[in-house]
Each structure stands twice: as structure tokens, then as C-alpha cells.
Design a protein around this ligand. Structure first.
Ligand SMILES: Cc1ncc(COP(=O)(O)O)c(C=O)c1O
Length: 481
């Protein structure tokens, strides 16, 4: 059975004194963690005694909080198992459906906020034009290469070198987006039924990708400030996970950036647990506040010899390119190449030529891209502050998302009614490995700055509608042991 240490629970509850009376503050805090999906159904809570010591509360206070949670249906006590997190009666065991993950047509008057992706960057059209000139020399070949074009692999390797990470082109496999890279790496290293540790919240398509490939997703709850290394170590030990999927740079959806000491510590923990780090750097080039290159801490792979790093042209230049890459450990390419070959045989030649061209152009285009994203972020931050001032979020230093905490756990209703108000939103629960996150909504800052105010207005209308809407049954995934 999954357990949580008193220390990890204290971290999740956050710093600062509990609202009074303390037993209510503790019960409310734990209930909120459960409904947000940060404390998972089926988790055994620490004993009253250890909670008492860790939280500095009296035994009576802790006991009263657990009693209240039991009465409300958020905790059950089983003989021999202690207090275990559960959800109040109601339909449960619903599988996380793919509803909302497969794009459908958006009516003209609706603003789609389900994508964290910008329109094509300036320079993409010109890169296509130059690539078309290059293309004829490939037309005499069969056009299949599961490794990727040598020039594209060399350009990606040089880009890693530029970030201080020694990389040979033989360590690079070009894939169909970072998503194709994720499938290839998991297929190369895992057997059906193996477990993959996944941050929660995380990128929904990664959760679905893991499950649809018949692996099991084991959640690693992010704390408000980031990664709980001790909790992850325990999670790895308890689950025996063979891989861990991490987004250390401008995490989707939280925007968090993993600091360098945490990268070192986590790399060590994963190495000891023999779990392959699968590190998604899709947003790494979208550091918006750091001068001059917008770069973040050293790549995770600088701390981890086993890391498999996923990269993508999708956010940096354009999602429609469908080009990504995997940087594998030295000598580790063959299994990934075989796996990707079994998935999709190779990546389109023309788009690889386009990405090679874009990589060669380097900083000039990237600086412009960051300026564009920064302007969109700042305009949306202003608009949300004006129209939904009680939504709380930290302004992220990069990426493309605002992860907003709502004043009430009505995120599911919000997503359901949003389209009536002219916006389409993803449910917070889609970002949780076990659903939850009913108090959260992800708002990507991908709309043009002059559209941001309109988005703020529509979100305010949607929120008013959500507050008056019939409650939605929480969507919960089956317990993953
Ligand atoms: C964290 C993360 N990884 C991967 C992807 C997909 O990347 P690609 O388009 O390169 O497959 C996305 C797209 O939103 C993402 O947010």
C-alpha cells in the first residue's frame, strides 16, 4: 500500500500556521490535498503519533482532524492499515477518459485555451522555402531513416553542446515530436505492466500515452514549490517503477523549474532505484525572464548519465512540424532506434530539413519567440488580475501556462460551462494522474496580447456560470497500487 511520510505530508500542507481551530485547519488542508489530487486515494496516512511530532500539534488535535475527515468520507480506518485516504461515496473508479484530449472543431466564436502552443514562429515559412530547395537531393533515396537525417542529428547535438552538454550525433534520434520520443523511450526500456513514475499534475497526453502503452502510471505529487525528492524516493521504492517521466524546465502545467541541487539529488535517487529518467525539455527554450539567453539550470542530463532527454521543435517554432528528438546516453541509441522504428518508421524528411535550418539560425529567432511569449504572458496576467482577481497563480518564469488556483473546487464545472461563455478549457483533473485538481485550471498564455482582455472577460463570465452550475461528479481513476 502507498504511504506518505509525515514530513512529505507537512510539505504538501505548506509552511505557516494552520487556520484555527487547528483540528479544522488540518482536516481542511488534508481534504483540499485529496480533492486536488495531490494526496492520492488509497494512500496510508502517517500514524497520529508521527503526525503529532512532525506538525507540532497535540494528539487530541490530530485525532479530532482525522475524526472529522472520517465523518466527511475522506479517510477510512482499516484494521491493520491505519488511516487511508478515500473519497466520499459517489461513483468512483471511472477511468480517466480521453475526452478533451482529442481535438475537436472549435466554433468560430470560441477561443480555444486547451492548447499550450503558439502559432508558427517568424522564420518558419522562410525555413520551409529553403528546405524545399534542399529536398531534391533526398528524393532519389527511399526516404526512410529511423535515426533521423545526419545533418539534423548533428544540429541537435551541436545545440546540446551549446548548452554545455557534450553530445555526439550518434546520441541523437529524431522522432515525431517529443511525444513520439516518449513512446520510443518507454518501449525501448519497459515491459507491459511496468510502472512509470509521473509527476502529478503533468502533461495529460503523457499520462494517457503511458497508460495506452499498457504501462502503469505512478503519481509523484508536486508540492507548491516543486519536487519532493524524499517522497519520490519512497514512491520509487514502493512502486518499483522502472522509469520516471519528469518535466524539469517550465513544468507543464505548473511552470515550475527544478533547481540544480534538486536535479543532482533526483538523478542520484533515480540511479539508485535503477529507474530510467525520461526528461521532457519541450519548454526549455521558453525561459522568459532570464538574460540573456533565456537559459535555465544545466540540463538534467548533466547530472544523470542514464537520462533520456526529450526535445521538441513544437513550442520553440511550431507544433505542426511534428519534429522532436531523444538524446540518449552514450552507446544507448540502438534500443531507442529499434523502438521508434516499430512505432512509425521515421520522421518526414522535409520537416527535418526545416528544423535543421531553424536550429542553425539559433538565438536570433529564439529571442524573438521569447519576446512574443513574454508579451502574451504579461497581457494575460493583467487580464486575469482585472477580471478574475480571486484566481491565484504564480507568474511563471517561462513555458506557456498559468496554473490557476480557483477560490472554490469548481474547476470541473468551469470547464463544462466555459464554452457557453466563449472559451474552451481543459479540466484540471486531466492533469492529475488520478484525476482530482478540481480547484485548478490551466490557462495557456497563447492568445495574442490584444485578445487577452477578451479572454479575461469570458473567463469571468464562465466562472460566474460555474459557481451557479450543478456540481459535477468528480472524475477519479482507479487506484494504482
Ligand atoms: C510537456 C510536453 N511534452 C510534450 C509535448 C508534445 O510535444 P510534441 O508536439 O513535440 O510531440 C507537449 C505539448 O504540449 C508538452 O506540453
Amino acid at each position: 500500500m502507498r504511504t506518505i511520510s509525515a514530513r512529505s505530508l507537512a510539505l504538501l500542507l505548506g509552511a505557516g500556521p494552520l487556520p484555527r481551530p487547528a483540528y479544522r485547519g488540518l482536516a481542511d488542508g488534508i481534504r483540499r490535498l485529496v480533492s486536488d489530487g495531490r494526496l492520492l486515494v488509497g494512500t496510508r496516512l502517517p500514524s497520529e503519533r508521527t503526525l503529532t511530532t512532525e506538525l507540532g500539534l497535540s494528539r487530541t488535535t490530530v485525532g479530532a482532524a482525522l475524526d472529522a475527515l472520517r465523518d466527511e468520507g475522506f479517510v477510512t480506518t482499516r484494521r491493520g492499515s491505519g488511516s487511508v485516504v478515500c473519497l466520499p461515496a459517489g461513483p468512483s473508479g471511472l477511468a480517466l477518459s480521453q475526452a478533451g484530449l482529442i481535438p475537436t472543431d472549435v466554433p468560430n466564436d470560441v477561443i480555444d485555451l486547451t492548447y499550450a502552443a503558439l502559432p508558427a514562429a517568424a522564420g518558419v515559412t522562410a525555413a520551409y522555402e529553403r528546405a524545399l530547395v534542399e529536398l531534391p537531393r533526398f528524393l532519389a533515396t527511399a526516404g526512410y531513416d529511423p535515426r533521423g537525417l545526419p545533418e539534423t542529428r548533428a544540429a541537435v547535438a551541436a545545440w546540446f553542446e551549446g548548452r554545455g552538454l557534450s553530445t555526439s550525433p550518434d546520441q541523437v534520434v529524431i522522432t515525431s515530436g517529443a511525444h513520439g520520443g516518449l513512446s520510443a523511450v518507454l518501449r525501448a526500456h519497459l515491459e507491459v505492466g511496468d510502472r512509470v513514475l509521473v509527476e502529478s499534475p503533468t502533461y495529460p497526453n503523457a499520462i494517457v500515452g503511458v497508460r495506452r502503452s499498457a504501462y502503469r502510471a505512478v503519481p509523484a505529487q508536486l508540492t507548491p514549490t516543486g519536487w519532493d525528492v524524499d517522497g519520490i524516493e519512497v514512491g520509487l521504492r514502493q512502486s518499483g517503477a522502472s522509469a520516471a517521466y519528469l518535466i524539469p524546465d517550465h513544468q507543464n502545467p505548473t511552470g515550475l523549474v527544478m533547481d540544480t541541487p534538486t536535479r543532482h539529488a533526483l538523478a542520484g535517487v533515480l540511479a539508485r532505484a535503477n529507474a530510467v529518467p525520461v526528461v521532457d525539455e519541450t519548454f526549455v527554450e521558453l525561459g522568459l525572464d532570464d538574460a540573456p539567453s533565456g537559459r535555465q539550470p544545466a540540463p538534467f542530463a548533466a547530472s544523470s548519465r542514464q537520462a533520456h532527454t526529450l526535445g521538441s521543435a513544437g513550442k520553440t517554432w511550431w507544433g505542426g512540424l511534428r519534429v522532436g528528438w531523444v538524446r540518449v546516453p552514450a552507446g544507448g541509441a540502438e534500443s531507442v532506434i529499434e523502438a521508434r522504428h516499430s512505432l512509425d518508421l521515421g520522421t518526414a524528411i522535409l520537416e527535418q530539413l526545416v528544423v535543421t535550418d531553424l536550429l542553425h539560425q539559433g538565438e536570433t529567432l529564439l529571442a524573438e519567440r521569447r519576446r512574443e511569449a513574454r508579451a502574451r504572458r504579461d497581457a494575460l496576467v493583467t487580464a486575469l488580475g482585472r477580471h478574475v482577481p480571486d484566481w491565484r497563480f504564480s507568474v511563471p518564469t517561462g513555458g506557456l501556462n498559468l496554473w490557476c488556483e480557483l477560490p472554490e473546487a469548481r474547476g470541473d464545472e468551469l470547464a463544462r460551462v466555459a464554452e457557453t461563455a466563449g472559451v474552451r478549457l481543459a479540466r484540471g483533473g486531466q492533469f492529475g494522474v488520478q484525476g482530482g485538481f478540481a480547484r485548478w485550471v490551466r490557462v495557456p498564455f497563447c492568445v495574442a496580447p490584444d485578445e487577452a482582455d477578451q479572454v479575461g472577460r469570458r473567463l469571468a463570465t464562465a466562472w460566474q456560470l460555474a459557481l451557479g452550475a450543478r456540481p459535477t461528479t468528480p472524475e477519479v481513476t482507479p487506484l494504482i497500487a
